[in-house]
Design a protein around this ligand. Sequence first.
Ligand code: ADP
Ligand code: ADP
Ligand code: ZN
Length: 212
Amino acid sequence: MNLILLGAPGAGKGTQAELLMERLHIPSISTGNMLREAIKNGTDLGKQAKVYMDGGLLVPDALILGIVAERVAQPDCANGFILDGVPRTLAQAEALDARGVEIHHVLSIEIDDGIIEGRMTGRRVCAKCGASYHIVANPPKTEGVCDICGGELVSRQDDAPETVRRRLEVYHASTEVLKDYYARQGKLRLIRGDQSIEGANQEILTAIGAKE
Ligand code: ADP
Ligand code: ADP
Ligand code: ZN
């Protein structure tokens, strides 16, 4: 089963991707995590992406398409994958279709802009594996330590309020149109993001027909 998680920054894509990964035994592909990894490793991709990410802007499509096409071709994606945070522009969505990357369900996690800021100021991510936590809504078992890999939990630089506002504008200007694009293909499923993490997860499992 090949899934796309769509939604504004902070909607809960990464959190739901982790739950789905465990439940469905398929990998999650987060372009945000891949780019942060590239920055950490000082690669060419990382150097090119950093200025855009720091400014809350989208990284150019050409850079994104290269890493995604390569990743979905890996053997562990043969039984399915979850795209978290990609596609983010019409050009990215069209390129996936043109390359024959099949998509079964697109889950758009719906949330009002007003809720986002509180989520972002409380977000902590694992510096090692990218897992997402919240100091109140989804705290790790041990403060500052990733439950999954033991890595250190850090704040994201682009979660500062001014950058979050820019990212929300970018979402509405460039990414939201993908809802229409996938609705026309009959693949769009709307998920309520302003409920508990578990509640949203159940709604997703029902929407993709994965509930027992
Ligand atoms: P969030 O989940 O909070 O929306 P991400 O980790 O998905 O954030 O993305 C962080 C940043 O990485 C984005 O603001 C953007 O600069 C860049 N990025 C991630 N995925 C893409 C993509 N598919 N296209 C363009 N830029 C991307
Ligand atoms: P995205 O990947 O869409 O940017 P995340 O999954 O990283 O979003 O979630 C953003 C922040 O909100 C994180 O701190 C996460 O723990 C928290 N969060 C996610 N889902 C919920 C929810 N349903 N209720 C409250 N907080 C949530
Ligand atoms: Zn971790």
